[in-house]
Design a protein around this ligand. Structure first.
Ligand code: HEC
Length: 146
């Protein structure tokens, strides 16, 4: 009996330490992420290097298109030009997705920005699954093609 209690005590201590380490790690991470109001919006290098694990094909692009239509089109507009019906009310214009300058960003950067958001762009980490976010990245790529 005593042994069991001691073991429980040990487990609790280790979870305690692990939780502390995780929380500490996360806050450290936030300390290094640049303040979210500088002009150019740059994804961290680790996010920038991430590649799309899903194939970009008709099916994934189509899935991305429906995500875009329900969650993004109001601000970003039907062609990604940043001219959606809601865009006039925003204090910042969304970037033009058709521009080469925008399209030269990595898939990983776009994926990260969609996850994190930056005011007035909302964060979609909780609302969209990773799959949906990669799919919408694939769809955004088609907007840059003439
Ligand atoms: C409420 C309006 C709004 C909605 C909804 C919205 N965005 Fe945005 N988005 C913005 C604004 C404004 C910016 C510019 C933010 C900045 O530069 O600080 C932006 C920026 C971005 C960027 C980065 C542009 C760049 O040049 O790096 C991407 C990518 C993006 N949005 C994708 C999406 C996707 C995908 C969705 C839907 C899942 C979405 N957004 C929904 C307003 C919105």
């Amino acid at each position: 009996m005593k042994k069991i209690i001691m073991q429980i005590g040990k487990i609790k201590l280790s979870t305690f330490i692990a939780t502390g380490a995780i929380i500490g790690g996360i806050s450290l991470l936030f300390a290094f992420v640049p303040a979210p109001d500088n002009k150019t919006w740059t994804a961290p290098a680790t996010a920038d290097k991430e590649t799309n694990p899903m194939a970009s094909n008709a099916a994934t692009i189509d899935a991305g298109k429906s995500v875009y239509k329900s969650k993004c089109i109001d601000c970003h507009g039907p062609k990604g030009k940043g001219d959606g019906p809601k865009s006039a009310d925003l204090d910042k214009n969304p970037q033009d997705f058709t521009k080469a300058e925008f399209q030269k960003q990595s898939d990983g950067s776009l994926f990260w920005k969609i996850a994190e958001g930056r005011k007035p762009m909302p964060s979609f980490k909780g609302e969209l699954s990773k799959e949906q976010r990669w799919q919408v990245v694939s769809y955004i790529r088609t907007l840059g093609k003439k």
